[in-house]
Ligand binder design. Structure first.
Ligand code: ZN
Length: 134
């Protein structure tokens, strides 16, 4: 199903010091920084081979990342697996009784359809499916 790990999302309190660390200390190439006000997020993308590292900073107190930081602290928030056919995969999973955290797809930060599986169905990992035709 999954062709590769598309990205790993890391929740951070403040984006700037985290960007400095990943770019200047680890030497990862910064691809872009994006603000998504409708989701209350500011995101930095680093390209690491075929995979992106995505740093997620909350801009509002009611964003998903604020809630995550309040209960779990900074750290890995989710892992995204790419799929060629997100709707087909979701149908297959829900038919098998696997719970989705998002019942329908939405458009993610990279402009591709995304959906999340519920962590209770995935051994505690918030798994994102992302449809990329590559
Ligand atoms: Zn993601």
């Amino acid at each position: 199903m999954a062709t590769r790990i598309d990205h790993i999302g890391i929740a951070v309190q403040k984006l700037d010091p985290a960007v400095e660390f990943f770019r200047d200390r680890l030497g990862l190439p910064l691809k872009e920084i994006k603000e998504l006000p409708e989701r209350g997020l500011r995101i930095a993308f680093f390209q690491v081979g075929d995979t992106l590292v995505e740093l997620l900073e909350p801009l509002t107190e009611d964003s998903q990342i604020s809630k995550f930081l309040a209960t779990r602290g900074e750290g890995i928030h989710h892992m995204a697996l790419s799929t060629q056919d997100i709707n087909g995969k979701m149908t297959e999973l829900t038919t098998a009784g696997i719970r989705m955290a998002t019942p329908t797809t939405s458009i993610g930060a990279e402009g591709c359809p995304i959906a999340f599986l519920h962590p209770k169905a995935t051994f505690g990992v918030l798994l994102e499916l992302i449809e990329k035709k590559i």
